[in-house]
Design a protein around this ligand. Sequence first.
Ligand SMILES: *Cc1c(COP(=O)(O)O)cnc(C)c1O
Length: 426
Amino acid sequence: MTDFGFDTLQIHAGARPDPATGARQVPIYQTTAYVFRDADHAAALFNLQEVGYIYSRLTNPTVAALGERLAALEGGVGAICTSSGHAAQIMALYPLMGPGKNIVSSTRLYGGTITQFTQVFKRFGWSTNFVDTDDLAAVEAAIDENTRAIFCETIANPGGYVTDIPALAAIADKHGIPLVVDNTTATPYLAKPIEMGATLVVHSTTKYLTGNGTVTGGAIIDSGKFNWSNGKFPSLSDPEPAYHGLKFHETFGALAYTFFGIAIGLRDLGMTMNPQAAHYTLMGVETLSLRMQKHVANAQKVAAWLEKHPAVEAVTYPGLDSSPYKARAERLLPKGAGALFTVALKGGYEACVKLVDSLELFSHVANLGDARSLVIHSASTTHRQLTPEQQKAAGAAPNLVRLSIGIENADDIIADLDQALAKASA
Ligand SMILES: *Cc1c(COP(=O)(O)O)cnc(C)c1O
């Protein structure tokens, strides 16, 4: 299956005719539990000696099909599907962390991720050293003996910034820690972080992967390439007390992290994706490449038009010659620089609010990666909990509006922006 091209995998990976009925589409297995053949079968499943279904907090056939498909698209060995993108982040770090441990993270992140990494982490005894990931010396300096991962986003929300994943992967390798990349805004169609050296990829499947704004979900894709027995990751290398002393790395090799994520992560934290959500996301993923091509083409056209508009001060799209990240985007994202960017208006905060209120085709929502074009004023919404300094570092200053360009006709998107900009600058 892995020899197939992307367009084939996005339809077929993880999906085989249903063994019971021959159903061609992946059925929605709307069940909580699975009947054991006998007591020995049940014991073998609970011992992880045989792979099978026990209870849908751990695994479910519809959710498993999505996991297998996402692993194939990202080039990983396995995946863990979760209830949301935020759940995926916690679940991704859970096997690696413990009280007193930290991660080194880019400052350029989804607003809710910054809040999770600063506020939620404290309650677990975890912490985050935030750094500008363009300053590689600062990244290295931020790593100490308690650092257990480097975290970044491929195209950082709210857009415009492309992370140098290969450079961060080299630093992570040197220090024996995994690089965790949130690939939500690029999707595996535009970027393959594992090929660039990432150990784990996380997704909010809520966004482009589902692509129609119907369900929240998340996923962690495991490259299967990391040496978990280097002394820093006892949950994976040492006898695990939460699983009668099982040594995950020794027992499962390249699949150690995936097995731990399901057998302990999902079992004990319960941040599980439900089969209905997996179904909607499977439907979305079938057309991912087609949608991303259109998203990128529209974004390029709209960004170029906006940049020439007299009310606009700047546009941060990495596909524009004016972007400091153009060369990096061409190197790492040859199929396009995504469809998410910010627009700075000369009229500042007031003009931004007026623009958002005047747009008609665009929907004013706290979401991105929908088939529909979306707009939000990050500073007053998604990045509202942040300090002014954090807002600026995250690319969410008060004079910026974030656009998520949809797959409508580009001319209609531009016409809507044109009428709204006229009102915003009046
Ligand atoms: C939306 C988003 C998240 C959070 O995902 P949810 O599914 O909303 O929990 C994390 N990272 C990025 C880049 C996102 O866009």
